[in-house]
Structures are given as C-alpha cells and as structure tokens.
Write a protein that binds this ligand. Sequence first.
Ligand code: SR1
Ligand code: MG
Length: 419
Amino acid sequence: MSRFDRYFLMKEKDIPDFVREKVAGFFYETGEDAAFSVKEIGDGNVNYVFRIEDSGGKSLIVKQAGEQLRISPDFNISTDRNRIESEMLILQNKYAPGLVPKIYRYDTVLCACIMEDLSDYRLMRHALIEHKIFPHFAEDITTYLVNTTLPTTDVVMDHKEKKALVKTFINPDLCEITEYLVLTEPYNDVKKRNIIIEENAGFVRRELYEDKKLHLKIVELKFGFMNNAQALIHGDLHTGSIFVKEKAENGLAATRIFDPEFAFFGPIGYDLGNVIANLFFAWDNGRVWGDGAFCAWITETAASVIDLFKEKFLSAFEETAADVMAKTEAFAKAYLDSIIADTAAYTGTELIRRTVGMAPVKDLTAIDDEKVRARVSRLNIIAGKRFIFERYNDNGQGNIRNGKDFTGLFLNSVKKAGL
Ligand code: SR1
Ligand code: MG
C-alpha cells in the first residue's frame, strides 16, 4: 500500500515522496534524509506545477491535473488531460525529437506526470513582453508543426492506425473549452464572461455580437474544429506553451513546445493560426512601447513561419505520402492551400477571443493605459475579422496565401484602428 494509490491534490510537501516512489534512481540521493527543495511554480490557468531539485542540482517537474481549473471553479474538466498530455509528449518526442520535454513517468491515479525540467529556458510570452528576439523560432516551430502533424494525417498514417489513435486522443472536456471560449462566447457573450473595455462596448456589440455574416463564418469554423479530424494537433499552441532560448546549447534545441493537454485530432491550421495570432499580440505590445526593431522582427518571423511551414510541409508530403489517392497530381498543393486558409481564419478567431474573451493574454493586459489598450483591442478585432472574411476570394480560392499576405493584412489594419 502506498499513499499514492488514491487521487488527492498534492502539495509541495508530498512531492519528494512521490518522485521517490515513481522515479527512484533519478536523483543522486533519494533516501529519507535526502534534502530536496520543492516549489509550486504553475502560473497557467489550469494545473499545478512543482519543481523539485536535489542537493546535487538535479531537477524534475511534476505536473498534476486538479479537478477544477485554477482560474475558475466553474470548470470541472477531466483529469484524464494529464494522460493525454503525457502520451502526446511521448509520441511527439518520436516525431520531433528534442523539440518537446521528455516524460519520465506518468501516473493515471494521481493524474500527474514527471518530466524534464526546462527552467533554463524562458517562457516565450514573458520574454516577448520584454521585447526579446529569438532567431531560431521560425525554423524550430515549423519543423515541430510539420513533423508532428503530417505523420498523423490519413495522407501518411495507416488509416486504421489513425482511427485507433483518434480514440486515444478523444478530449471532450478540453475541446469544449475551446468550442465555448474561442468559437462561441466572443460573438454573443452567452455566458457573460467576456471582458470588454468600456470604451469599446459599442464597437464590440456592432462588430462581434450583431454581425450575422460573421456568425455564419464562425459557426463554419466551429464545426470545422469539431469535425475535421485532420491530424493530431497541440490544440493550445500560444506563446505561453513554448519555451525559448536565444541559441541552441549543448545539442538542445532553442525552442521547446510543451503543455499539449488540449491535444486532439483537429485541423492543422488551428495550431498554425494560434502561433501567428500570438506573435501579433507581441507586436501589439512592441508597438505600444514604440519598439520598431522588435515589431519588425515579429512581422518577419510571422511571415517566415507561414513560408517555412509551406515549404517543409510540401516537401515532407512528397516524401512521405502513403495513401495512393493522396499522391494524385495537384492534391498536395490543394491540401496545403486549405490548411493555409484555415490558418488565416483561426488566426482571426484567436486574435478576437484573447481580446474580448475570459482568458486575455499578458501582452495586452500589460498595457496599463486603457485608452491605448482600447485602440489595440480594436486593431485585433478589425484584423481578426479580415482574416476570417478574406481568406477566400469570390471564386472560393485562397486569398491569404503566403507570409507577406498574413503580415500585410495585419499591418494594413493598423491605421483603421487609429493606432
Ligand atoms: C479556462 S482555460 C482558459 C484558456 O487557457 C488555456 O491555455 C486555453 O487557451 C484556454 O482557452
Ligand atoms: Mg495551457
């Protein structure tokens, strides 16, 4: 019998015994007398994260899923998310070695995993708020996106194997959060949880709550999110789910992607669009502080992310496509074009939801002057709507096709917002 045979929410004092029992041998000393320091370091919306270090400097992270979210007792979400996150990281370490943290053990009783400590990296969102730049980011994130998604599509994976994997990654509670917070509430405030700056109340009502044409686009995107089991995606790929360093060191990548607890089989463009929108939030912040060099790096990077993704995706498609029909001439390009059109639309939904929804980003909340924040919010809403409406032209062809199209649309919206 062990006290870890039943679920309970762990505190700092429980962590040494937990790692002693689950990963005996990792630390230099694990006996009763071994001196550990433990700190709860979680600052996300959802889980509890502990860092444990022994006297010799070896360290690990223990992440546990609570039965309620940290930010709100209104959400009761399945603790199975910790298994999903762990299995996702184990799988992704095979597809994109070194770009995600290693999982040493996961425990389905405590709903906790024990993983590699990446405290020598910085959370990308925090570093971007200080206007730091990361030269490896576009290369690394596009390698991650292509190498983790394409192999899990029906283009490459055996179809029965894929269906079995879809089952493993059914994630109803976390998907429901996205279905509401991203793809419903910003357009009607149905749960009265939106956070709107007073000055923008009329603007938000007109532009988001009363725009019926927009609602039609959003419901299509919502059902696309729920029904297009295209590939195994991260599901919450914002800059708070990414660790960065300026350079790769000791053979370790400069970028590490973590926290895939929202993982499920969904549209690839959802992940890519989230990355682009979150780069634009960093641009917003840079603009308010007048940091032109930083803003230029952000737009160059956002454009490179799109262009490198396309280049790598097409070449990996040609090399690895296994489905005989997928090899039909011109299909690879059509498939990629639809991912890029989805990307534009989900760039738009992320820009809008983080601006008016209940989970705002620090890049924006750090702007103290409410009048300025109101203008930046209008920019995100204007640009967000344009990404949604303009992704196809009148003939149904993709209209926002390359990196310059993405950044051009965003920068063209700046004047309209009075910034
Ligand atoms: C209720 S959880 C709020 C948000 O935090 C997560 O990171 C997801 O983005 C979710 O929408
Ligand atoms: Mg998260």
